[in-house]
Design a protein around this ligand. Structure first.
Ligand code: UT7
Length: 325
C-alpha cells in the first residue's frame, strides 16, 4: 500500500518587536535614508514587520514555532523521527539550526538538517520530508521555515531594507494511507545568483565580501511572476487537478502585486489567497508556513480543503506543494 504524508499540526512565531512602516521610516530618517508608508504600501502591500531581539537567533524562533506545531499535532518531540529547517540565516555556519532545535525541544537521535533554498526553503524542506515519509524512512517529521533576515539587511539601502521581516513557521507531517500531500514540484537555475544574494562569506577568520542582501527587485519580480504560475500548473498536472480545485493559494509572501498576478493567472479570486505580507513583510523561508498557520488558526483553512503552497527565491529556486489539508 502506498504511503502518503499529511499535515498533523501547524505553528508559528513572530518576535515581539513589531515595526510599522512609519516606525521604520522614522528610524531610517535618523540615518538620512528616506522612505514612506505610502511608497512601501503602494509598491509591496507591506504595512508592518517583526524584528527579532538581539538575544534571539534563528533557532529560538524556530523552536517557538515548533512547540506550537507539536502542541497542535498532539505529539511530543520524542515522537519525531525527522527534523528539517529551511533557512538562509542560521545561528552559526555550523552546526545546523535543525540540530539546535532538536536539542532545545529536549530530544535527540533522529536526523536533523537544514535546507538552504532561500525563500523556497520551506517548499524544498516539505518536499524532502514528504519523500522520506513516502519511502518509509520517516513516520513523523517536523518541518520548519525560520529566518532572521534583519541580520543581513543593509539599513542604508531603502530598496531592500523595507521589504523583509523575521519569523518562523512549522508543520508536523505524519505518514498516512490517504493524501495529504498530492504533488510536489521543485526547480532551480543558478545562472540568476546575482539578482538576489548575500555575497559575503566567512574566510580565514574574517568576512570576505559584503554580508548584506543585494537584490535587483525588478528582475526578481519578472522571474517570480512567471515561475509561480508554471510550478503551480506542474503540481496540478501531476495530481490530475485543475485551477478550480484549489481552495486556498498560499504563496511566498514577498509582494502583494506578485501574489495578485499569480492568482489572476490561476483564475483564482483574491479572497482565496492567504495574505500575511501586509503584517509580516517578506520572511523568506518562514513566509509560507507563517501564512499557513495564520489561516489554519483563524479558521479559514478547513480539513479536507486543497491548498497550493508555492515559493520562489534566491538561487534562483522555486517550487510548489499541492496538498489536501
Ligand atoms: O523573496 C524574494 C523575492 N523578492 C521579491 O519578490 C521582490 C520583487 N521585487 C519587488 O517587489 C519590487 O521590484 C520592489 C518592491 C523591490 C521595488 O518596486 P518597483 O516598483 O520595482 O520600484 P523600483 O525599484 O522601480 O523603484 C521605483 C522608485 C525609484 O526611484 P526613481 O529611480 O524612480 O526616482 C527608487 O529609488 O522608487 C524608489 N524607491 C523608494 N522610494 C521610497 C525604492 N525603494 C524605495 C523606498 N522608499 N523604500
Amino acid at each position: 500500500m502506498r504511503i502518503y504524508s499529511r499535515i498533523l499540526g501547524t505553528g508559528s512565531y513572530l518576535p515581539e518587536n513589531r515595526l510599522t512602516n512609519a516606525d521604520l521610516a522614522d528610524q531610517l530618517a535618523q540615518q538620512g535614508v528616506e522612505t514612506s508608508d505610502d511608497w512601501i504600501v503602494e509598491r509591496t502591500g507591506i504595512r508592518a514587520r517583526h524584528f527579532a531581539a538581539d538575544s534571539q537567533g534563528c533557532s529560538d524562533l524556530a523552536t517557538e514555532a515548533a512547540r506550537k506545531a507539536l502542541a497542535a499535532a498532539g505529539i511530543s518531540a520524542d515522537e519525531l523521527d525527522l527534523i528539517i529547517v529551511g533557512t538562509s540565516t542560521p545561528d552559526m555556519v555550523f552546526p545546523s539550526v535543525a540540530t539546535m532545535v532538536q536539542h532545545k525541544l529536549g530530544t535527540a537521535g533522529c536526523p536533523a538538517f537544514d535546507v538552504q533554498a532561500v525563500c523556497s526553503g520551506f517548499i524544498y524542506a516539505l518536499t524532502i520530508a514528504d519523500s522520506m515519509i513516502q519511502s518509509g524512512s520517516a513516520k513523523r517529521a517536523l518541518v520548519i521555515g525560520s529566518e532572521v533576515f534583519s541580520r543581513i539587511l543593509d539599513f542604508k539601502d531603502r530598496t531592500t531594507c523595507v521589504l523583509f521581516g523575521d519569523g518562523a513557521g512549522a508543520v508536523v507531517l505524519e505518514a498516512a494511507d490517504q493524501p495529504g500531500i498530492l504533488a510536489t514540484d521543485l526547480h532551480a537555475d543558478g545562472k540568476y545568483k546575482d539578482i538576489l544574494c548575500v555575497p559575503g562569506h566567512v574566510n580565514r577568520g574574517g568576512i570576505l565580501g559584503d554580508p548584506v542582501l543585494k537584490m535587483d527587485g525588478q528582475a526578481v519580480f519578472k522571474l517570480a511572476v512567471g515561475v509561480l504560475e508554471e510550478t503551480a500548473r506542474a503540481s496540478l498536472a501531476k495530481a490530475n487537478l485543475t485551477d478550480a480545485d484549489i481552495d486556498w493559494l498560499i504563496p511566498h509572501q514577498a509582494n502583494i502585486r506578485i501574489m495578485q498576478s499569480t492568482a489572476k493567472k490561476l483564475k483564482m479570486s483574491a479572497d482565496k489567497v492567504v495574505v500575511t505580507v501586509d503584517q509580516h513583510g517578506n520572511t523568506s523561508a518562514a513566509s509560507i508556513p507563517l501564512a499557513l498557520d495564520t489561516a489554519v488558526r483563524d479558521g479559514r483553512i478547513q480539513r479536507g480543503q486543497t491548498l497550493m503552497l508555492e515559493g520562489v527565491g534566491g538561487g534562483f529556486t522555486w517550487g510548489s506543494v499541492l496538498l489536501r489539508y
